[in-house]
Ligand binder design. Structure first.
Ligand SMILES: [Zn+2]
Length: 308
């Protein structure tokens, strides 16, 4: 994998020094919700899928790949058609007889569609309507043989996909109330340098009580404020480890857990994109990553729906 660039190391050192210099805690009790259980173990790796853009993967014998994409659901207006296509390269597979299954799950874990196929006749899913706004899981399972390398494409009719790979530059997701987005900033920016999910996502069917998004990060990766706001917590907090909480406009709050270092203190005003700390693996964590939560009036919401 990629080695961290030099600036990241310099930054990490700076952050460590900063932490070492700030003596004592920031006081205050543990933030509400700390009793909510975090991941107990490392789930299989997941990847972020951007509807309309193809992605590559490799399915070995006995493996299951999990892909996640966010989409606006049925309550948000015009009907949507979702298609899931998979192509294999038989030359890289163990044989054309390798069988697999594709399953599409709704944000609440309901199975929407399930198709079986082979490398030469891969499963193809067409679904008329996505029922909810949130994170959809696409599971590819090797039933027999080694399917090998594949290309995956999810398309949605209309402009109803969320979570683009580029930096946010447009309006709020279709069908989302404008007044619920923080004023004075352009939505919620992706809070880490790497755009991938390394663990559980919001209400992951295999861990329904997980109320955040586990974003891939290397140790000391810079972590950014998702929007303008004021730091309301920056301290150790149980399973969250080193935790930063930022209060935003209109009842919004963002949480950044398992940090290795802080670069902000309570009461500090931050701007969108400002570095607030460095990624780590403190608290209940099986490896460096960012556990990110977004809450509105205290209620956790699916970050993938809002992040751009
Ligand atoms: Zn997590």
């Amino acid at each position: 994998m990629n080695r961290p660039p030099g600036w990241a190391c310099a930054l990490a050192l700076g952050l460590l020094l900063l932490t070492a210099c700030s003596s004592g805690g920031n006081g205050g009790g543990l933030p509400e919700g700390d009793s909510i259980s975090l991941a107990q173990a490392t789930p299989p790796p997941q990847s972020l899928l951007v509807p309309g853009e193809s992605a590559e993967g490799t399915l070995e014998a006995g493996e299951t790949d999990r892909w996640v994409f966010a989409a606006a659901g049925g309550d948000s207006g015009t009907p949507s058609l979702v298609t899931v296509e998979v192509w294999f390269r038989p030359s890289t597979a163990s044989g054309p007889e390798a069988a697999l299954r594709a399953t599409l799950l709704a944000p609440d874990g309901t199975v929407l569609a399930e198709e079986e196929g082979t490398v030469t006749l891969p499963p193809y899913i067409v679904e008329r309507e996505l029922p909810q706004t949130g994170s959809y899981l696409l599971r590819l399972e090797a039933l027999s043989g080694t399917p090998g390398r594949y290309t995956l494409l999810v398309t949605l009719s209309g402009e109803r996909y969320l979570t683009r790979p580029e930096v946010y530059s447009g309006g709020p997701p279709a069908g989302w109330p404008l007044e619920e987005l923080p004023t004075g900033s352009s939505g919620f920016a992706w809070p880490a340098p790497r755009r991938a999910i390394s663990g559980w996502y919001f209400h992951d069917p295999s861990n329904p009580r997980h109320i955040g998004l586990d974003i891939a990060a290397a140790l000391y990766d810079p972590i950014f404020a998702t929007a303008d706001g004021v730091v309301s917590f920056a301290d150790v907090s149980g399973g969250y480890g080193n935790l930063v909480v930022i209060d935003h406009a209109d009842g919004w709050q963002s949480w950044y857990a398992h940090l290795s270092a802080f670069s902000v203190t309570v009461g500090q005003e931050v701007r969108q994109g400002e570095i607030i700390g460095a990624a780590g693996s403190t608290g209940r964590s099986s490896g460096p990553h960012l556990h990110f939560e977004l809450r509105h009036n205290g209620v956790p919401v699916d970050p993938l729906v809002y992040l751009h």
